[in-house]
Design a binder for this molecule. Sequence first.
Ligand SMILES: *Cc1c(COP(=O)(O)O)cnc(C)c1O
Length: 339
Amino acid sequence: MSDLDWGNLPFGYIKTDYNTRCYYRNGKWGEIEVSSSEEVSIHIAATTLHYGQEAFEGMKAFKGKDNKVRLFRWEENAKRMRNSAKGVMMAEVPDEIFIASVEKAIKLNERFIPPYGSGASLYIRPLLIGTGARVGVKPADEYLFMIFVTPVGPYFKEGFKPVKMMIERKFDRAAPLGTGNIKVGGNYAASLNSLDIAHEKGYASALFLDAKEKKYIDEAGPANFFGIKNNTYVTPHSDSILPSITNMSLVTMAEDMGMKVERRRIPVEELSTFEEAGGCGTAAVISPIGQIDDLGTGESYVYDMEKAGEVSTKLYHRLQAIQAGDEEDKFNWIKVVEL
Ligand SMILES: *Cc1c(COP(=O)(O)O)cnc(C)c1O
């Protein structure tokens, strides 16, 4: 076991021992290779460097009380990565290669899996890039699928505490028929200016509105948005948001807990009617939103900056309990990794 200070890990990169690589050449995927180098050598004209042929995933492995290592809904990450690959015309990673690489990366770095109860987990970052050389704009003929893992602490150091968000209208993250619904680096590049404004002004993140009409809630920074009212879980329906696996899971749990679920457009003004609001994603599970300031209209939507709402809290603890193996895996979301 590594001697890291498990209780105080940042949400950042810590070097581990090995990563995996798998090359797509001559129309087929090769063997999964193991590397101890943190560097990648690629052609200077690789399409990932010029034309954004890149997609990634983010998932976590958790150590349970029983010391078993659990993966959460990996099939959904594999499926989403295939979909992202299609969206920017890259070779799709077959599920067998995806899961074999994930398991290999976890096993080879077993000593970096944070212990049960530390609040930390092993973050897994699958990455697919176009490595074939091109100067004209067309898809590469060669691809590289890599996975590195790194132990991470909780996304927000302060813990499960409400954050402040802002809405500004200077930048869009994704166009309606663009790449907002796939997990590609370009969406993140497009969001950096908004996030920078948010951080500069003391907000945790920026809420993005739909790019076409600027009327509806789209994404909550790098997370999906949800609001709670009248025993209903409301989350945006939009072509330009990334289908979050955390959000899908919260929806299932909310229904299981007797709540109604609505997936529909959410007009900005509706923010004033929610009892609770939050962002959700693998990194933080749920970030409760305590307040949203609309810098365009001057309107402020205030929930509770002191503590997270009752429903968000319940969902947050239940999802984490399932991931850690403390609660029965009723929905069949867990795969135990054989070490
Ligand atoms: C990855 C991501 C999310 C969260 O998805 P999860 O599967 O829950 O981790 C939400 N929004 C965007 C834009 C993302 O890239």
